[in-house]
Design a protein around this ligand. Structure first.
Ligand code: SAH
Ligand code: SF4
Length: 382
């Protein structure tokens, strides 16, 4: 079997090219062809010497994902489903906004963490994606969108690892993919614009800080261990105090000066004023130790097997107010895409933007993709 070049970060590709007897700068050229130009056909790579192109044809390939479907919403959001074999399907979502384009990427087929409110968690774990499968989502989306929108320049400015799966439980495949995203010869994204979202794999938060610090979002969802044990089973292994300490440590290397806490609002479960007050106490205790954070409240996207309900908006706003009154920056994601059953967090936008959401959507309708149907977005606020 030949090597899938999407599996390599630049260092990996350099090592691969060296094994073929080629110099480092050839690897850089090849890397740019693949990631910056979206090329997969070595014959196209005209500034590579013919003998190298021939060696590549016999030893390497660029493996795209098999697209199952693409849905576009009226507001320009695009969702792709990709078949990754063995009956597994993953999703990737593009969310255009006036000042950025965010891609939400999956890291695993299914997820082993098994959060109660998450449809991916209910599916169970199937397998880790390879680096090539993680980066292929960006490779495909970026080059598809450039062509589709007739743009020469970059379309995707932000990436969030908020699709299916727990990225920090697929660490060894994740990190090279992050490096490709950040590499100036790759996608050249700033560390601040690449976000890893985690349910709290504490040792891997520390490793990420050392290996590839990017923006961090932590799915908190509860102010106490009793409640979080129930919602996010990983909490039994890495309880809240340990998690928050890891967040504080992470800040020393983080590209942003705050950690985002995601909090899925579940009716009658974790959305009471008492929970908000407990969160304030929790954050205040950590602030003294140097933690700086903001909260992103996510109205729950219901699915039948969960047995859970979305908190009513007044409840969410009352909750947000308690946090904000305590000086904690808090945003509320606007829900979209209730009309189809997708994986986690089908949400986007934040409440502070509401005033001109209609204007933005109209502009996007004109400038972006023609509206078919189906609205699915991932909740990103980066
Ligand atoms: N596994 C990682 C990243 C993927 S989930 C994590 O848990 O952080 C991305 C976000 O979607 C998480 O904050 C998750 O809690 C949230 N989410 C999952 N299911 C959801 C649902 N049904 N409604 C709203 N948000 C959900
Ligand atoms: Fe996995 Fe994240 Fe879903 Fe929890 S919320 S089951 S960690 S994907």
């Amino acid at each position: 079997m030949t090597a899938n070049l999407l599996d390599f970060d630049l260092e990996g590709l350099i090592a691969f090219c060296e094994r073929l007897g080629e110099k480092r700068f050839r690897a850089t050229q090849l890397f740019r062809w693949i990631h910056q130009k979206g090329a997969s056909d070595f014959g196209q790579m005209t500034d590579l010497a013919k003998p190298l192109r021939e060696k590549l044809v016999s030893s390497a390939h660029v493996a795209p994902l098999q697209m199952v479907s693409r849905h576009e919403s009226a507001d320009g959001t695009v969702k792709w489903l990709f078949d990754v074999g063995g009956g597994d399907v993953i999703e990737t979502v593009f969310i255009p906004e006036t000042d950025r384009g965010t891609l939400c990427i999956s890291s695993q087929a299914g997820c082993a963490v098994g959060c109660r409110f998450c449809s991916t968690g209910h599916q169970g774990f199937s397998r880790n994606l390879t680096t090539g499968e993680i980066i292929a989502q960006l490779w495909y989306a970026e080059h598809f969108l450039r062509q589709y929108l007739g743009r020469q320049e970059r379309v995707i400015s932000n990436v969030v690892m908020m699709g299916m799966g727990e990225p920090l439980q697929n660490y060894s495949q994740l990190v090279p993919a992050l490096k490709v995203m950040l590499d100036d010869h790759g996608y050249g994204l700033s560390r601040r614009r690449v976000t890893v979202s985690t349910s709290g794999v504490v040792p891997m938060i520390d490793r990420l800080a050392a290996d590839c610090p990017v923006a961090l979002a932590v799915s908190l969802h509860a102010p106490t261990d009793d409640l979080r044990d129930n919602l996010v089973p990983l909490n039994k292994k890495y309880p809240i105090a340990e998690l928050l300490q890891a967040c504080t440590r992470y800040q020393a290397s983080a590209p942003r000066d705050f950690i985002t806490f995601e909090y899925c609002m579940l009716d009658g479960v974790n959305d009471q004023p008492q929970h908000a007050r407990e969160l304030v106490a929790l954050v205040n205790a950590q602030r003294a130790g140097g933690l700086s954070c903001k909260f992103n409240l996510i109205p729950f996207n219901p699915f039948p097997a969960s047995g859970l309900k979305r908190s009513a908006m007044p409840q969410v706003m009352a909750f947000a107010k308690i946090l904000m009154d305590a000086g904690i920056v808090t945003t509320v994601r606007k829900t979209r895409g209730d009309d189809i059953d997708a994986a986690c967090g089908q949400l986007a936008g934040d409440v502070q933007d509401r005033t001109d959401v209609d204007k933005r959507m109209a502009a996007q309708r004109q400038g972006m993709l023609g509206g078919i149907k189906v609205v699915v977005t991932k909740g990103i606020e980066v």
